[in-house]
Design a protein around this ligand. Structure first.
Ligand code: HEM
Length: 367
């Protein structure tokens, strides 16, 4: 497990480390290695995240081509209107004692954004939203999650098939066009798996980013005031929040492609050795950040971190996610500037996961 931020960057960016278990973890594809179920689920699918070299470039290119600055600009007014609708829904709840900011605010926004980003047609919306929400229901049984996964995949198959015939101006249309233009076009199943990756990578992460930034600002009134007065941008506050508590603490798994030594640290890696880069620990690296546990939107050493990853796999949705979180948190604090946390941040429930990092519920009194 790598905790040091500089070593984490060198390994993530270097050519000797792969995310492809099938190719670079001896015994994995042969089934001769016993692998924990959670790890197997993360590394067992073939998509942009779990690939290496030319294969990775080919799988990532259509996704990156569909998440351009232009797409973020097209989505910005859509995000604004989704956020206004969710805020209007909160107005009706305001009189109650406590409301949970995760269920009633942080969660519906990314779900709705991803559905609209993909271009799910109106007639499939209720079915798709219910199935997509089921994927992230942490209280659901494994069978229920598998059912939701099956329902989402079946809908994605239909969407890919109709986008092949009439690609529209949405992410699926962009993916189909970019995939067709590539030297070795992706199959329908590969396209569907890329869409599934976008849904999984782009939803829960953003839910946590919204919730955690709200908790940081609501529990630090001095920092909150710097942002609302315009002295510090919401983007800077988000970068600091992501450094201190990134939505993804670590993503399994990477593997040494061959035996090598990192010359700066002297650290040695055997061929096929699994490596877990700990993004959350890297954000608290005392070699890089002074007083790393402090939330400080004016950090002299900067808040740049590995929260969106680093190197060839760096998050292609970072610009969209940033825009989404900034709009959601800014508009919430404009509408409810005096909201109070009903529970101290250290007592908020967190996922029992070494991957997902955030708050499961955030009870507040709206004001
Ligand atoms: C605040 C929200 C988000 C965070 C913190 C986040 C973080 C990350 C991280 C840490 C990685 C892995 C990078 C690595 O291994 O070096 C990643 C990959 C990825 N993310 Fe995000 N992400 C967010 C939002 C999104 C959104 C909104 C989308 C799409 C709509 C998205 C799509 C992806 C995809 C497709 C990958 C795989 C890229 C590859 O392996 O080449 N993410 N993200």
């Amino acid at each position: 497990m790598v905790l040091d931020s500089a070593l984490a960057e060198r390994l993530s960016a270097g050519p000797h480390v792969s995310r492809d278990a099938a190719r670079h973890w001896p015994g994995f594809s042969e089934g001769t290695r016993s692998v924990d179920g959670v790890i197997a689920a993360w590394i067992g699918t073939h998509n942009a995240l779990n690939s290496y070299g030319d294969d990775h470039r080919q799988l990532r290119a259509p996704i990156a081509a569909a998440l351009t600055r232009r797409r973020v600009e097209v989505m910005a007014p859509v995000i604004e209107s989704i956020v206004q609708d969710v805020l209007d829904g909160l107005d009706g709840l305001g009189a109650r004692e406590d409301i949970d900011l995760v269920q009633s605010y942080a969660l519906p926004i990314p779900h709705e954004v991803i559905t609209r980003l993909l271009g799910v047609p109106a007639q499939h919306l209720p079915q798709f939203s219910a199935a997509a929400a089921g994927l992230f229901d942490t209280a659901a049984s494994a069978e229920a999650i598998a059912r939701s996964m099956g329902a989402v995949l079946a809908l994605l198959d239909q969407l890919v098939a109709s986008a092949r015939e009439h690609p529209e101006d949405n992410l699926i249309g962009d993916l189909v066009r970019a995939a067709d233009a590539s030297e070795s076009p992706l199959s329908d199943a590969e396209l569907r798996d890329q869409l599934m990756l976008v849904i999984i990578a782009g939803t829960e992460t953003t839910v946590h980013a919204i919730g955690t930034l709200l908790v940081h600002l609501l529990s630090h009134p001095d920092q909150h005031a710097l942002v609302t007065s315009g002295q510090i941008s919401m983007e800077a506050a988000l970068a600091e929040s992501l450094r201190l508590k990134p939505p993804i603490a670590a993503i399994p798994l990477r593997f040494a492609v061959r035996r090598f030594k990192d010359s700066r640290s002297g650290e040695q890696f055997g061929e096929g050795e699994p490596i877990l880069i700990h993004l959350a620990a890297a954000g608290l690296d005392p070699e890089r950040y002074t007083d790393p546990e402090r939330f400080d939107v004016q950090r002299a050493d900067g808040s740049r971190s590995l929260a969106f990853g680093y190197g060839p796999h760096v998050c292609p949705g970072a610009a969209l996610a940033t825009r989404e979180v900034v709009i959601a948190v800014t508009r919430f604090l404009e509408r409810y500037p005096d909201t109070r946390l009903a529970v101290a941040p250290e007592h908020l429930p967190e996922p029992s996961s070494f991957i997902s990092n955030g708050y499961l519920s955030i009870p507040v009194q709206l004001a």
